[in-house]
Design a protein around this ligand. Structure first.
Ligand SMILES: Nc1nc2c(ncn2[C@@H]2O[C@H](COP(=O)(O)OP(=O)(O)OP(=O)(O)O)[C@@H](O)[C@H]2O)c(=O)[nH]1
Ligand SMILES: [Mg+2]
Length: 455
């Protein structure tokens, strides 16, 4: 297949000091030389050169050209990067010069896809680079940066090697069919398999935290009117996004934003206070709040401790029983008016009860610790551990675990080595879906299409 030389603006669209246009492919240097007027004709890799940028022989800008020679480049191909002034019009004009000099406009994620195809990156590292760019919270940045450095890939490689070790042990016994597989051999293979299984189980267990950080948890803040939902929402986001007043029924629309609490990414929704309303707009708000409760995974149930409980609080408690839920007993800076019986009901209805004050921010840290514990963040080091970050990786790990368990069960039941090898080779194929080339073109394209153009 002939690989076209591609080009795109790699910096963000918008006005800035400088912009970068990346060109990758066999003709990258030739094309760059057509656009970029250099003082010297000799260009050495990994060095930057000052020059002028030409359009039909006319100078339109000046900048810096850097050349990376294949295979020592991001994509593994010849790459030239032109740094020009970062105006929207000038950057586009420089890109157009590059395109009219022979390059084709790159598709979304095409540079990273080429890096993957050329063996410069594993698939999980490429995915993680996309997540570094998309990171909205510190935990997301730390985790995706760790995965981009290859911490998951090397863990997978380690497990892979162990499975290959088990397969070669088992095959060694096939080579001598006249001899029965000995107790010692069974013990060796079974020890090796136990270690593979426990590695895969541990890795699978990291997805709870990986998902909580990377994808986030759909969370709704619910409660009766004036309980302080919007105040808590603002406190968790660290900004005054939702309107707060002492008028019951202030919030009507569902308002959504991303917050990082205790390292857990909450896809957080503030909702209308739930109660019987005759106001048309408020009624719609309450309906939307109820829909949000249904579609959320986690409920932060706000109870107002400055007032006695009422039917609406009972309703909130009923919702809490259906899902993962944390009770936030708000306005803890005021005298508690909730009855002892109701507080007990809250304790049994919700997974955890936290006394909080949106006014003084008391209880905020405890909520962070609770979330970190609920989503197993304490058990991993985000910056260094191998962590599964998406459903695709989880599915491959789970299937590999199933096949490895099958192999061990077969071994213990006295199955012949070829049956054990068959299961283990299936385990390898499943594991290879995380990083190796077993991944179908369709999935690879879907992964890279989520990237921006220029990456
Ligand atoms: N003392 C005290 N007052 C609070 C606290 N949290 C909220 N309030 C007050 O309670 C009132 C209602 O707060 P909101 O955050 O608007 O309550 P809400 O639950 O969003 O209300 P609706 O949107 O109407 O359902 C406001 O006057 C807040 O200032 C708190 O922790 N302590
Ligand atoms: Mg509100």
């Amino acid at each position: 297949m002939i690989n076209k030389t591609i080009a795109a603006i790699s910096t963000a669209r918008g006005k800035g000091g400088v912009a970068l246009i990346r060109i990758s492919g066999d003709d990258a240097l030739e094309i760059a030389k057509r656009v970029f007027k250099l003082k010297s004709n000799k260009i050495e890799p990994r060095k930057s050169y000052y020059g002028e940028i030409l359009r039909d022989g006319e100078i339109i800008d000046d900048g810096i050209l850097t050349y990376f020679q294949a295979p020592a480049s991001f994509t593994g191909e010849d790459v030239c990067e032109i740094c020009c002034h970062g105006g929207i019009y000038v950057t586009q004009a420089v890109l157009e010069c590059v395109l009219s000099s022979g390059a084709t406009l790159a598709g979304a994620g095409e540079f990273t896809k080429r890096a993957y195809i050329n063996g410069k990156l594993t698939l999980s590292r490429a995915e993680a680079i996309g997540q570094v760019i998309d990171a909205k919270t510190d935990s997301q940045l730390r985790l995706s940066s760790s995965l981009a450095r290859g911490n998951l890939s090397s863990k997978i490689e380690g497990i892979r090697e162990k499975i290959v070790g088990c397969v070669s042990h088992a095959y060694a016994t096939i080579d001598y069919p006249d001899e029965d597989i000995t107790e010692i051999q069974i013990k060796e293979i079974s020890d090796c398999l136990d270690s593979v299984i426990s590695d895969l189980q541990a890795l699978k267990g990291t997805y709870r935290a990986g998902r909580a950080v990377c994808e986030g948890i759909k969370t709704a803040i619910i409660g009766k009117p004036n309980a302080g939902k919007s105040s808590i929402y603002n406190m968790l986001l660290g900004e005054d996004l939702a309107i707060v007043t002492d008028i019951a029924g202030t919030t009507r629309d569902v308002i959504e934003a991303t917050a990082s609490v205790g390292g857990v990414t909450l896809n957080l929704a503030d909702t209308a206070g739930i109660h019987e309303s005759f106001d048309t707009v408020e009624k719609i708000g309450v309906e939307r709040a109820k829909k949000k409760i249904e579609s959320s995974e986690l409920l932060l149930c706000v109870f107002d401790s400055s007032r006695q409980e009422c039917d609406e609080d009972e309703f909130i408690l009923e919702c809490a029983k259906e899902k993962a839920s944390i009770a936030l007993i708000n306005k803890s800076d005021t005298e508690n008016k909730l009855s002892k019986e109701f507080l007990q009901k809250i304790d049994t209805g919700c997974q955890k009860t936290i006394y909080i004050s949106a006014k003084t921010e008391d209880g905020k840290d405890e909520l962070g610790r609770t979330l970190a514990e609920m989503y197993s963040l304490g058990q991993i080091d985000l910056s260094n551990d191998a962590v599964l970050a998406n459903a695709r990786q989880l599915s491959a790990t789970s299937l590999a675990l199933e096949r490895a368990t099958e192999a061990r069960d077969a071994l213990l039941l006295g199955a012949t080595p070829d049956i054990i090898c068959f299961s283990l080779e299936s385990a390898l194929s499943e594991l290879d879906l995380i990083d190796k080339r077993g991944v179908s073109e369709e999935i690879v394209s879907a992964i890279f299409s989520r990237f921006c153009v220029g990456k």
